[in-house]
Design a protein around this ligand. Structure first.
Ligand code: LLP
Length: 422
């Protein structure tokens, strides 16, 4: 179900008209639907039968404390990439034995902190990191559980900036060295070698790269078993794509061409890979971030003014790349719709922010419902990699965040004050 949708001509988040929130809390404003988050999370855990399975939410997608608490209460684990994220996960109530620590550059103090907390495992990125973890564990008189992150050299067919499973990328241990590194890791007495980790990229919209990765993992586990190394754990990473195009429909709104943009649902991704991975008898963990939180969030903004030159019309809004970096950084598409539909007229415009950078745009040459100064707009599917990537650039306080549950509204992060910019 879509919890962010039009009822007649008014855009709602659950039972609340978004314009009411814009009026009360001001703009720019991030709003999230609690029930959408829960539905998405549950779609990753339903119908699994007796698979030994754990969903570890990737905190990097959205680390708001209240959202983390919600997922921790549901029984989710956590995928963290820094001591800071580990701290946030623990504070929100994630159980340490469901936490995995990834990241291509873990510092000794971060490793020490994670070992003290007794997390489930480190996803190890290199031989030199094996040495570091082993040294820290030895010093602390502990045994560190580890998985090796293997880079299978598989093309995720996503944006190059969020593709991580190719040999040219900084991530993981190259596939051709996998057996050699596993054999070496097995000799280090302060490490307990539990499994394999892969994460080939983000916003992956096809099942094929995942299937290829799953087959690769099964093959490698088989070879390792022949070599006397018996892994019991697969961490399959995240990266499951979401539908950014035509996220919300209304007869007055222009629709984008959808021929090859229908993204599989979580259950379809899982149905494609779990039967392959299950043949190993290993426990299977996944680390979705975007696919749990992206479509539960919208960024509300207001039109400050419009202007036209001989080439273009610009709609200038009160939100910019400091609030939502994805369009500037990845040329990412986010649908933009009015909170209230007052016209069936459309026009081709650039939607731009107030920041002194030409990359400060949310849409270029996009056919949108006609908007006027003072209108509210919603930038859709911004729950993931939205607020977390925000900054104070150009002296702009960060937006507030609101969580809606039915007709109840909760401020889960107050708007930053001017005084906090110093
Ligand atoms: N696990 C690992 C090891 C990761 O590096 C990531 C994301 C995830 C899980 C979660 O991936 P997801 O399910 O969210 O695709 N800022 C970019 C996305 C960067 C993703 C980085 N790693 C964006 O806005 O598209």
């Amino acid at each position: 179900m879509n919890y962010i949708a039009y009822k007649e001509n008014i855009l709602y988040c659950e039972d609340i008209p978004l314009s009411e929130l814009a009026e009360e809390y001001g703009t720019p404003l991030y709003v999230y639907s609690k029930n959408q988050i829960l539905e998405k999370y549950r779609s990753f855990i339903s119908g699994l039968g007796n698979v030994k399975y754990q969903v570890c939410y990737a905190l990097k997608a959205n680390a708001n404390h209240h959202i983390l608490q919600l997922l921790a209460t549901e029984g989710a684990g956590a995928d963290v990439v820094s001591a800071g994220e580990l701290y946030l996960a623990l504070k929100a109530g994630f159980s340490p034995d469901k936490i995995v620590f990834a990241g291509v550059g873990k510092r000794e103090d971060e490793i020490e902190f994670a070992l003290k907390q007794n997390i489930f495992s480190f996803n190890v990125e290199s031989v030199s990191e094996l040495h570091t973890i082993s040294r820290v564990a030895l010093r602390m008189g502990k045994k560190a559980r580890i998985s090796l992150r293997i880079n299978p050299d598989i093309d995720a067919q996503s944006h190059p900036y969020i593709t991580t499973g190719l040999q040219s990328s900084k991530f993981g241990i190259e596939a051709s060295k996998a057996i050699e590194v596993y054999t070496y890791a097995a000799t280090l007495s302060s490490l307990e070698l539990v499994g394999i980790h892969t994460h080939i990229g983000s916003q992956i919209t096809k099942v094929e790269p995942f299937i290829e990765t799953a087959n690769y993992i099964v093959g490698l586990i088989g070879k390792l078993r022949e070599a006397g190394i018996n892994l019991t754990h697969i961490d399959f990473g995240g990266g499951f794509g979401v539908q950014y195009i035509n996220a919300v429909l209304h007869e007055a709104l222009p629709q984008e061409e959808t021929s090859n943009t229908i993204v599989p649902a979580p259950a379809e991704f899982l149905a494609a890979v779990l039967p392959i991975l299950q043949t190993t008898g290993c426990s299977i963990w996944i680390e979705p971030g975007r696919s749990i939180i992206a479509d539960a969030g919208v960024l509300i903004t207001r039109v400050i003014s419009t202007k036209e030159n001989a080439l273009k019309k610009f709609v200038i809004i009160d939100s910019g790349m400091n609030d939502l970096l994805r369009p500037s950084l990845y040329q990412a598409y986010h649908q933009i719709v009015p909170l209230s539909i007052n016209t069936y007229e459309t026009e081709k415009v650039d939607v731009v922010g107030p920041i002194c950078e030409s990359t400060d745009f949310f849409a270029r040459d996009r056919l949108l419902a006609k908007s006027n100064t003072g209108d509210y707009l919603a930038v859709l599917t911004t729950g993931a990699y939205g607020f977390v990537l925000s900054s104070n650039y150009n002296g702009r306080p960060r937006p507030a965040e609101i969580l809606v549950n039915g007709d109840r509204v909760r401020v889960i992060r107050p708007r930053q004050m001017m005084g906090e910019l110093e």
